[in-house]
Design a protein around this ligand. Structure first.
Ligand code: ZN
Ligand code: ZN
Ligand code: ZN
Length: 385
């Protein structure tokens, strides 16, 4: 649970950063930024819902009349930190928004010169806002919101941990269940059901890649039947109380035939991957840059002879969204700070043959890493029958 007072602090901080950046206002449409600032998980609709955070003066939440009860129920409004301004079906919400913003800033419409709009706001709203604010330069709001959202507070970390632990239980359950002779799609459905049974409100992805499909990082679970004597990549996640889980384990389905144990090349590949993943996790501490962390894992994989087979970034930030900043990728000099949460997920893939990936969610602690996932990382050879 995020304490309601936190939302007032977040909106206050967003307003301070907005003023400091020389912006007149932050305009936050439906999405993770809105949920972060207000606790409101609003539905994306053709009717405008928008949080307006002026550089000075109180923020307001613009909402259509028919959404007003859910808007009022969000923690920032329910606890009295934020007012809702509603618009009726025949009103123009953009005109209303611009009038309220101008009044708050004591500026004529043409005096509003710079605003930032949340990155995921639909073009239909952005274009109307641009027409209504002809003198304003429009920027993306992530330059402000990323500064807030990247560093998770203790309550957010607790929720990420709950989500990670639930996903871990599902990995354990599915690894120890029947796999041989079942299709990837069937196992994927089981993963989704189990994620919900373990407390997720939404099971967003359940990648099940068996045999040659394990070499395709974002493989869509197919009708292929899982066989003994091959690896299976399980990359699963969803949201729990708004916060996302995302974990990957690669298991080997052994059946009862010792001849179907992992071959020497797979054992070697997995060993290199395991070492790279562990080294990157261990290197997490404030000040280490995102690209350094990527390089830490990549060096080991390159030295192991698998450089070309690791062709994606090391990881991504995680929170209210499954993929958010910071991205652990060459070229990103962003230094880690305490509270940053992200995946560490190197992979090695031989197209047409097999592959493996290991993924944990890691929080940068004040002095070192806080690894949220606890599923075993050593190669699990499971029975699968
Ligand atoms: Zn991915
Ligand atoms: Zn994943
Ligand atoms: Zn991931």
């Amino acid at each position: 649970m995020i304490a309601p007072a936190r939302y007032a602090e977040r909106i206050g901080e967003a307003a301070r950063l907005t003023a400091r950046a020389g912006l007149d206002a932050l305009l936050i449409g439906v999405g993770a930024d809105l949920r972060y600032l207000t606790g409101y998980p609003a539905m994306a609709l053709e009717r405008l819902t928008m949080l307006v955070v002026p550089a000075r003066g109180p923020a307001i939440l613009i909402a259509p009349r028919l959404e007003v009860s859910s808007a009022r129920a969000c923690p920032a409004v329910a606890s009295g930190f934020l007012d809702v301004v509603t618009w009726d079906e025949t009103e123009d919400p953009v005109a209303l928004l611009v009038a309220r913003l101008g009044a708050e800033l004591a500026l004529p419409t043409t005096g509003i010169r710079r605003v930032a709009v949340s990155d995921r706001t639909w073009a239909i709203f952005v274009l109307r806002l641009q027409a209504a604010l002809p003198s304003a330069i429009f920027e993306v709001a992530s330059t402000i919101t990323r500064q807030l959202r990247m560093a998770k507070d203790a309550e957010e970390i607790a929720l990420l941990r709950l989500a990670a632990e639930a996903a871990d239980r599902v990995i354990g359950q599915v690894s120890h269940g029947r796999l041989i002779g079942r299709s990837e799609a069937e196992v994927s459905r089981e993963v989704r059901e189990r994620l919900v049974a373990e407390g997720h409100e939404l099971a967003e992805f359940a990648i099940v890649g068996s045999g040659p499909n394990s070499a395709s990082p974002h493989h869509e679970a197919s009708g292929r039947l899982i066989q003994a004597g091959e690896p299976v990549v399980l990359d699963i996640g969803g949201t729990l109380a708004g916060y996302t889980s995302d974990t990957t384990r690669t298991i080997w389905v052994g059946g009862d035939d010792p001849a179907l144990a992992p071959d020497a090349e797979f054992v070697r590949l997995y060993g290199v991957l395991r070492e790279a993943q562990a080294a990157a996790c261990a290197a997490v501490q404030p000040g280490v840059t995102c690209e350094d962390l990527d390089a830490t894992a990549r060096r080991i994989i390159v030295a192991g002879g698998y450089g070309p087979q690791f062709f994606h970034r090391l990881g991504h930030g995680i929170g209210l969204e499954a993929h958010e900043e910071p991205y652990l990728v060459a070229g990103n000099p962003q230094p880690l700070q305490a509270g940053y949460a992200f995946s560490v997920e190197p992979g090695i893939y031989f197209e047409g043959r097999y592959g493996a990936r290991l993924e944990d969610i890691v929080v940068c602690g004040p002095v070192g890493p806080l690894v949220l996932n606890r599923s075993p990382l050593d190669l699990q050879v499971v029975d699968g029958r």
